[in-house]
Design a protein. Sequence first.
Length: 48
Amino acid sequence: MEAMCIVFVFAGLVCLGLLSPLLYAAATVLPLAAGLLRRLIRLIGGSR
């Protein structure tokens, strides 16, 4: 039983380790994407 708990904890840590870079990437990319969308909207709105 203890071995199963250790395996689950280890699997959870591995998943967190794999997800953390994705979370960091999303945190950096989302503001950039939002800024680009705002610029595009301004360009489209200004051209009219």
